[in-house]
Design a protein around this ligand. Sequence first.
Ligand code: ZN
Length: 533
Amino acid sequence: MVQSVQTFINGKIFTSNPEQPHASAMIVRDGRISWIGEQPALKRIEGNCIDLKGQRVLPGFIDAHLHPLWLANASTQIACTPPIVNSIADLIVEIQTVYQLSRNEQWIEGWGFDEGKLLEKRTPTRWDLDQAAPDLPVFISRTCTHIAVVNSKALELAGITKETPDPPGGEIDRDSTGEPTGILRENAKELATRIMPVKSLEENAASLAELGSFLLSHGITAITDLSSRTGPTDYLNLYQTAVKKGLKQRTVLYYMWEDLKEQPHLKPDQVNCKNQIHIGGIKLFSDGSVSGKTAWVYTPFLGEAENYGIQTTSKEELTAAVEAAEQNQIQLVVHAMGGQAIDLILKTLDTKKNWLSDGPSLRIEHAAMPTTQAIKRAAEKGIAFVTQAIFMFAEIESYHNNLGEERTKQTYPIKSMLDAGVKVALSSDAPATAWADPANPFVGIKSAVTRQAYNGADTGQEQRIDVATAILLYTKAAQEITRIPEVGKLAVNHHADFIVLEKDIFDMDLDKIDTVSVSKTYMGGELVFEKHR
Ligand SMILES: [Zn+2]
């Protein structure tokens, strides 16, 4: 926070504050906005005068659903996505390159593949990966993060053989002779991840601080971690250490239910949303993903008459988790993509009274395929839907393949949700997004306003929203859902977290929105990012 006064003039400010949507000047005192309005009403310049030169200003973005540690680590791994990897052959070349530089026992890791985007239109196997790295373990994560492929060396180290049974809630893929193919689904992934080397707290904290700077360049001033753990490193400690190394974002952690269920009692200080790093909720999963055909759907996946996806929680688990959330006065946050997964939550918790007063008690993450009835019920109950329009933009091949064109157009019915009165946020879910720059908010905004995939495919024109609404869903609505105090709009007494754009997002071809870049990012009135030309 800057202990000073500054006056910003000549801005084209979109405030995300419905009571005063537009402004051109603002006074910032000790990190907070003390006055905002039209320049002719500005009585005098106070403190330093900063000329915004007619550029578009927005509140800083809040990514309500993100996996920062995975995203930070992904930058040190092979990006198995276009434009780098377009085929299994490309993947083999990329692994070979890393293999040649690798040392003994080192794991080679990659992220982001989507078989729908690969030339061969199939999931790679251990035998593909073996060609590139016969004697070092390889672990490649699918874009959804629910599925991984490992090579023979990794299977050997993990002790996975023909005889290994499928773990509860997981599947080890096998060929016709029963031999594991290297493809590990849902909980079966843990058989490999539990033996992979763990980075030190200091290393991870440094990566997070570095990621924080990168996210500032995208205008993201508040973040969330939807896969926070209590061990081996407690994420609260990890993020607090990252702050010491320079992480600036206001950050909300959502702890995995499997970690919290043993010891569900949190200290008031840990859940205090006034702290830069705090715990906001408990996270659990009620299904998998659309792109991995593991979302728990009402109509089977295309061409697989019996495949309704996977249910990954139970009424009992949901009930136990909701009690823990209420006890700690934090949110219950449930991943649910398919209609059946969403309805399980709504039915199980239908009589549960909201326990929070400063925002939704219950969040449903993704909400790809809610029924009309589910949308209505969520509106009545004040349940938030945290969606990712970037999914249908980036993963269109999988959506078409698994759902067909018509059903794809009905996914993420954001307009219908808003019309019904549901609290909705846009977010990235990076890096669980098959896009080379998955955290870029402008990609998600473009998808929500054009309802067109990256390849031009129609993803449902009836569900389009306008640019202002999309920005609100990434700012004001994201604040209401994450409950980070005094951010998300530019209004008196709010933190002066705002961004200056190179191009005016309100005055351009909608198709070009993903090319908008941020020239400056301010937090608490302090310039924390400036683009160098
Ligand atoms: Zn996620």
